[in-house]
Design a protein. Structure first.
Length: 137
């Protein structure tokens, strides 16, 4: 392994580690359960049920799927780098890359569909701004 390859591998590993930490900054702004706790000070309503469903889907889509996808990309890259030209290992790494991309695309298309559906049902009419949930009072 040349000096350039060692530096590139180190840079990719550091990027993979730190990008997972940046991902944790997006997602939920509060607790997953929006009501019924001592800190919220209010009882749960039907609106809170929709908010809970939206929070769970957002948590899975952003706080779990992205770090797992980054991890799988790093693993596939490491397999590709240490394959030593073995066609079987190179094919395995390409399969991991492909399956990870397809899985993330499926997760985010389904997130878009389910999030829009939940917010439309909760408000009673079609919601154009699917990225904002109606506020529970």
């Amino acid at each position: 392994m040349t000096n350039f390859q060692k530096k590139l591998l180190s840079l990719l590993i550091l990027f993979g580690i730190f990008s997972a930490n940046f991902v944790l900054a997006i997602g939920l702004e509060g607790p997953i359960v929006p009501c019924g706790t001592k800190s919220s000070g209010r009882d749960c309503t039907l609106c809170d049920l929709w908010q809970l469903a939206s929070n769970i889907i957002t948590f899975i889509s952003f706080n779990l799927a992205i770090p797992l996808g980054v991890f799988l990309f790093v693993v596939a890259g490491a397999i590709f780098l240490v394959s030593g030209g073995s066609p079987k290992m190179i094919e395995w790494a390409k399969t991991i890359f492909t399956n990870t991309v397809v899985g993330l695309i499926i997760i985010y298309i389904s997130w878009l569909f389910i999030d829009t559906l939940l917010k439309t049902i909760a408000q009673g009419s079609f919601v154009g701004a699917w990225n904002q949930f109606p506020v529970c009072r």
